[in-house]
Every structure is written in structure tokens, then in C-alpha cells.
Design a protein around this ligand. Sequence first.
Ligand code: PLP
Length: 366
Amino acid sequence: MNQPCVYLDYNASAPLWPSVKEAIREAMDICGNPSATHADGRATRALMEKARRKIAEVMDINAAQVVFTSGGTEANGLAMHMFADKVSLCSQIEHPAVREWVPESHQLPVTSSGVLDLEVAAQRIESLRPDCVSLMSANNETGVIQPLEEVKEMAEKVGAWMHVDGVQSFMKKPHSFPQMGIQSFAISAHKIGGPQGVGALILQEGTILPHLIRGGAQERNRRAGTPNVLGIVGMGAAIEAIESYDWSKTERLWKDLQARLKALSPHIKIHGEESPRISNTLSFSYELMTNEEMMMALDLEGISVSAGAACSSGKVTENHVLRAMGIQAGHNLRVSLGWDTTEAEIEKVLGVFESLIHKQEKRTAL
Ligand code: PLP
């Protein structure tokens, strides 16, 4: 079997841009610890600082506000760790990188459309007066964009720190850190076509971070350990690549896929359809088949999608996001598109689905 693969799992990890590979290859010829003061150390440091300046430029901040990390999980953890012994609130649909820092009783519900329930949020923030409120900018499963501005105002009223997990919306939607008026923002490179294992936490100026990992004064004493310079170079290159990419191309394919998928069967339901969403993410259920059956059929055709959040064991776990939205488990898939998705790939997915659904509905009608 030698069929081309159709990769539609960008929200888990996007493929590397060719320019990212090139930038990493070039950086591999430079050797030196970025903390070293000799010429090689300085050359390595210069590469890292170039990427830091790129993040600063797109987020409207000073380069010193960027702390490089090993990815989105660590970036979120660095922020949430500040409030480990204090009172924090988040939504029920946060990534575990945030949710696991917050007691279940402090996790706020979402509506059936996948948006934070603002009425409940206002009441809880007012009564609990938390030290930290954390909300993701867009959900990884449904793509639903969360009401950051409203929640930031609620947090501000009670003097709480506002942290935003920006991993799924960074560079897919404009973000200006000063305009958002928040205190911290987490990003990750592999969701935008950079390498895995690298990310950053953006902090308001003057923040003193308690160490999550001990053993070094790197990153202005905010994150110990020699940074992943090759990864950081790749992250900078990915930002440059996605910055000049015409996102409307992805948006058009996404809209087309959604409309034609819905037309295939009345048993297909799109999750969060009525909410504003990042225009690459399609979460849906087909109630006549299980997600495992659908995943297997697609996998046989060389199509990679997700049946829930990817987890470290490689197994599909119950989806806490859909549960919070009151959606019956077990029939859902997530298709996520990106910079290298083509029209031919969307045609192929639709063709496979059409024949799957046709067979299933003929069988069900018997
Ligand atoms: N936050 C969100 C919303 C995510 O989707 C992910 C990854 O799936 C993370 C955080 C974790 O990022 P990383 O994989 O870089 O640790």
C-alpha cells in the first residue's frame, strides 16, 4: 500500500514548515551554550534572542517579557505554579496543563455551545475573589473562542491575576498582550508548524516567578536549565512563516468541509457551530458510528484525525470538553486543518465519509 497520507490533526501537532527545517539545519552548525560569554556562546545567544524579538514583535511587548519553556504545558505550569497555594479559577474545558492546577470545585461550566458561562463566572469570581483566573483563548477540541475580554474585566474588579492559555489561537488570530490587559499568556511552537518541545510564557513586566524547576538562573532567573536553542530557532521561524501565510486559504477549506459534511447526513452534529471558532477546527459527532469505528476506517485510508485529545499513553481518553458541553461521548471526531492542507485532501476525506455514511445508513435501514 503506497497511498499519500492526509494529515488533519494540526491541533495535536502541525507539520514543520520547510523554512523551519532550514532554519534549524543552519543553526545546527553553531555550537555554544547561550549562557557562555565566548564568541560561540554569543552566536548561539544571538539566534535565541532573534526568536525572542519575533515573539515580542507579534505580541506587542518587550523581549524581556518572554520566558522560553519546553512547551505549552510548562508555560501554563509556570504561571499556575505562582498560585499553587492560593485560590484559582478556570473553566472546565481547559487543557490539563491548566486544569490540573485548579480544584474541580473551582472549574467553571460552559454552555452547550462550548463558551464559558459568563453568568456563573461572574457570580463565582465575585463570591470567591480568587487570586488567579485562567481561561484559554480557544479550545483545542472545538476551536471555540472564549470571552477573554469579559472575564478579564471580572478578574480585574477583584484584583485577580489573569492567565490565558493561548496555545491554540496564537498566530491564528491577532493578539496584542497590552491590549488584552492580562498578566500572562502561554504559547507553544508545535501548534503553528514549529518543533515539539518548545514554547514560551509571556509575562507582565516586573513579574518575579518562583522556580518550578531548580538549578539555574537562565531566562533572567525565571526558568532554570539550558534552553532548547534549536527548538527556539524553529519557533521563531514558524512565527515568520505563519505570519506571511494567507489564513483565508485554510478558512475556505474549513468552511467547505463543514458545509459538505453536514449535508451528508442529518445524524452529523457540529460542536460549537453557533459560537465564534478558530477557522481550522471541526469537532463533530456522527451518532450512528463510534469514534473508534470512524477512526479505524479513516486510518485505513491514510487519513489522520483525532477522536479526542491526544494523551501521553497514545490512547483515546474520555473527552472532558464534550462532557462539559453535555455531548454524548463516543461518537465524536476532531478534524483540524492548517497551512499544508489542500483541496484534494478535503475531497478525499469527504469521499471516504460519504461512502462510510452511505454503507452505515443502508445497514441501519435494513
Ligand atoms: N494548551 C492547549 C490548549 C493545548 O491544546 C495544548 C496541547 O495540546 C497544550 C496547552 C500543551 O502544549 P504542549 O503540547 O506544547 O505542552
